[in-house]
Design a protein around this ligand. Structure first.
Ligand code: ADP
Length: 553
């Protein structure tokens, strides 16, 4: 801008200098030319008077004047010339000014000299005797006048150029400084030249439009972020160079990324270095959908990568990551459970089939048949309780199980269960005592009944001869609790954490002996979870066990 102002000012100054110099030269030249001509005419008239009065000899007295004086005879012969020898001069009758003077009494002409810089003005006047008196004056030509002005013009031009540089600097600064200080975020608050007002109000309007657009973009972005941030699934949007365009924190967590990607584009492959993740991303960026399993920090994730296409070209990929650890664990448990169930069912069935086969073959003596039938009965009872337990467990496994909840007295239910177990307790000399007042809870009575039955059954089964089982029901500010304490064989510390697993038994043969299935405490655990109750177990080997159920308030 400074350069432009300088150039324009320079051009303007130069044109002005040139035009004004030429104008002055021409006006000045015109004036002095006219004055010179008038003087020549005046001088001619004066000399004519003197010559007519004193004759040709008068000319000898004015011989040394700077102007050239020539006296020409009527036939054109030069009679006198103060600057040349008249005899050597040619006939002047054809000179323009002479011809005019002959016919009109006076004539004048201007002719250039040998060089362009000089010109001559001739004025001829007719004497009374017909002779012609001619005065010639030499002056500088216009060209010479212009030429003589040239150094001045150049000098002034240089001076003007210097002034222009200084002035243009000053002017540019003066114009530019307020523009530089403009607050374009608040254009209406600026006080500058009136000429800028339309521009500022236009910027103001555009700022409002941009603000509006930014607001709506931000709202959309926040909406999108809050949707993706609340997803437990990981979500990544990549461009075709695998650079991350968008992500949620679940994606970083599931992929085990140490830190959030930097502001500048970072490759998604830096988030997880596993071959599975890379192959899913590569496949999506090659245009095909891919699903891969990625194991990371003890968790298992399913990575689903889909290509993003625009006009048939792959523009990037959208990657969704699901944590399927629990699903995998459930599947494993189910597989394990099925294998265990088959095994547990097969054992009594094999015994039953064996006993039946022996009887069928007639190998058994008639007096032994009741004993064999008794064995078959015991094994089928085991089979029945096993199937019952499996059914109970799978009933609890159904997440959407629609069982009717009701309010009932926990203490009354415990007494009822204790009553049902009285006979088997008696057989072992075990005494069951239920302590506690009416304590109402809300739940599925049949499930709680099953839980209490299993706990009391265990307390009796794994008790010592003449042992005791105490059921204590309490209700404090934390909610109703039920504790089953026995004075039995106890559980080794190393097994305490595992007894709630399906089919886990501390002593398999003892459990079998007392009719255990290995599913009792699993049923208790699942029943407690169904009622949002907490189960805890404390045991001292050889002394006894306490299992506590804490129901929510
Ligand atoms: P089971 O049908 O074999 O009793 P449970 O799941 O009820 O199966 O119990 C798992 C194992 O925990 C039992 O086999 C037994 O070894 C141990 N157990 C459970 N309750 C008691 C208890 N009150 N005293 C000692 N051991 C117990």
């Amino acid at each position: 801008m400074r350069k432009k102002i300088f150039n324009n000012m320079c051009l303007l100054a130069l044109v002005t200098i040139l035009l004004s110099s030429l104008l002055i030269t021409f006006v000045y030249y015109g004036n002095s030319d006219a004055r010179m001509k008038a003087e020549v005419r005046e001088e001619a008239r004066y000399i004519r008077g003197a010559v007519e009065l004193s004759g040709k000899d008068y000319l000898e007295t004015v011989k040394n004047t700077p102007n050239r004086i020539t006296l020409i005879d009527t036939d054109g012969t030069v009679l006198f010339d103060n600057q040349a020898d008249p005899a050597a001069m040619e006939n002047h009758s054809d000179r323009q000014e002479v011809k005019q003077a002959v016919t009109a009494g006076a004539g004048e002409a201007t002719r250039m000299s040998g060089t362009l810089s000089e010109k001559k003005f001739y004025y001829a006047i007719k004497l009374e005797n017909g002779q012609i008196l001619r005065i010639a004056s030499e002056t500088a030509s216009v060209f010479a006048a212009v030429l003589s002005m040239l150094p001045w013009i150049i000098g002034i031009a240089v001076l003007v150029a210097v002034i222009t540089v200084l002035f243009s600097n000053f002017l540019t600064k003066k114009i530019v400084t307020p523009i530089n200080r403009l607050d374009l975020n608040h254009p209406a608050d600026n006080v500058v030249y009136d000429e800028l007002s339309p521009l500022l109000s236009k910027i103001n309007r555009q700022n409002e439009v941009i603000d509006q657009q930014i607001r709506s973009l931000r709202e959309k972005q926040e909406e999108f972020t809050s949707i993706t941030e609340n997803m437990s699934e990981g979500f990544l949007v990549l461009d075709k160079n695998t650079d991350i365009l968008s992500y949620n924190t679940s994606a970083l967590r599931l992929l085990g990324a140490d830190a959030a990607p930097a502001e500048s584009h970072e490759s998604a492959l830096a988030l997880n270095r596993s071959a599975g993740f890379r192959s899913a991303v590569d496949a999506a960026l090659s245009g095909s959908r891919s699903e891969q399993l990625v194991r990371q920090g003890g968790r298992c994730c399913q990575v689903m990568a889909n290509p993003v296409l625009r006009e048939g070209e792959v523009e990037g990929a959208v990657v969704v990551i699901l944590d399927i650890t629990e699903r995998e664990e459930r599947d494993n448990l189910r597989r394990e459970f099925t294998a265990n169930v088959s095994h547990e069912l097969k054992t009594p069935l094999t015994s039953i089939s064996g006993f039946a086969e022996i009887i069928q073959n007639g190998i058994v003596k008639p007096e032994d048949i009741p004993r064999f039938a008794g064995n078959i009965y015991v094994e089928s009872q085991r089979l029945i309780s096993l199937v019952d337990d499996i059914l109970n467990l799978s009933r609890l496994d159904e997440a959407d199980v629609q069982l009717e909840r009701e309010d009932f007295d926990l203490a009354a239910l415990a007494r009822d269960v204790a009553g049902r177990l009285k006979d088997s307790a008696k057989k072992n000399g075990v005494v069951i005592t239920v302590i506690g007042d009416k304590t109402m809870i809300n739940g599925v009575k049949s499930i709680v009944d099953e839980m209490l039955y299993n706990l009391l059954d265990n307390a009796v089964k794994y008790n010592k001869k003449n042992g005791r089982v105490t059921v204590t029901i309490e209700n404090d500010q934390n909610g109703p609790t039920l504790a089953v304490t026995d004075t039995g064989i106890g559980i080794p510390q190393s097994d305490v954490d595992r007894v709630f697993e399906r089919f886990y038994r501390v002593d398999k043969s003892h459990s079998k002996e007392v009719g255990g299935t290995g599913l009792g405490l699993s049923i208790v655990k699942h029943g407690a979870a169904f009622h949002n109750a907490k189960v805890s177990l404390e045991s001292t080997e050889g002394k006894g066990t306490t299992v506590r159920l804490a129901f929510p308030n």
